[in-house]
Design a protein around this ligand. Sequence first.
Ligand SMILES: Cc1noc(C)c1CN(C)Cc1cc2n(n1)CCN(c1cc(N)ncn1)C2
Length: 408
Amino acid sequence: MAPLTHFLAAATLASLGAAMPTALDNVKVGSTTLNQVRNTNYTFNGAVSVYKTYLKFGAAIPEHLQTAVDNTGLLSKRTSGSVATSPIDSSDDAYSIPVSIGTPAQVLNLDLDTGSSDLWVFSSLTTASEVNGQNIYTPSKSSTSKLVSGATWKVKYGDESTSSGVVYTDKVTVGGITASSQAVEVAKTVSASFTSNSDIDGLIGMGFDSLNSAKPSAVPTFFDNIIGNLDSPVFTADLKHNKAGSYDFGVIDSSKYTGSLTYVAVDTDPGYWKFTSSGYGIGSAAFKSTSVVGIADTGTTLLYLDTAIVKAYYATVSGASNSATYGGWVFKCSATLPNFVFGVGSAKITIPGSYINYSPVTTGSSTCFGGLQDSTDIGINIFGDVALKAAFVVFDGSDTPRLGWASK
Ligand SMILES: Cc1noc(C)c1CN(C)Cc1cc2n(n1)CCN(c1cc(N)ncn1)C2
């Protein structure tokens, strides 16, 4: 049929007196249909759509729109970063990182805590008698601080310590990575254990948002705010005994561990990095394959496990006892403690016995407190710093959260 169609078209044009350009000679007249194909990779985002319209017509971008677009992470370039983390004392009681807040930057040393989800700080609003040498955040000195009207928070930790206050948003930078409008929970009051430790100016929670205490609605963690901008939706922990380690964001640095990473699923209910260890070994004894559910918690100092495991461990330490006086398992500081191995899938992480010879019960005492304690009264097993500093740990916040473990 094409030739006939071709002929008719030429005839029509001729009848109209149109010059017959030779180009028509090779034009195939006909019809075709281009079916639209949905781009399944594209997700509409309102803020980005409005932002692009503003750009198209040269309109100034309002700050609220810039913040909304920043927080989508959809437009900004991917990034990664690293921050050194240091034990606050010779016992590795906690690990702090420098965090820049506001404009100009106010730098506070915060306890990065995967076992909670509030970023809270000592501040100019904290009851003066409860501040004892800590660095404070003063919102009124930051040109980018904004009060979140009506928002309050109150957090309570496993050891009954507490803090509470009001909420601002401000620019927060960790390891070179910035959340342009991070909720900063400003303390109006803190409990004695926080007041007594001038090495910690607050916490930066890296648990899941469901644990956040802000009212009337929860606020996103720093990790949640930056995850969209990261090359990879992860942060890693490389804690060390009595020396600086690091937290990395958006990258897995294979120079920081030996062998390979073994990944294990995370149950995000109720909001911890909760996983199942595949068993344990004490010293040179045979490894016992058994499921041990616990949380990876950088904000907890020690390792807390089931009674049976703890009893079996200290049965190998002559003179060890579970002391009501000292509130846990103690032994002579001169004791040599066996290593403790815990399983992650088919991999094994070995905690040196020296990490479990944690510290004298009081300065100068010859009685030492164990780095492994009973979790019964807590209600959940906690792989705290004593365990974490024996490993390199990947906290993978992808759509299927998981933990990666490696020796180092
Ligand atoms: C810790 C710690 N231990 O000895 C010292 C000193 C410190 C540091 N210190 C006074 C600052 C601090 C930070 C926390 N606490 N105290 C107690 C309750 N915390 C947690 C976090 C969590 N994930 N789970 C349970 N509680 C966090």
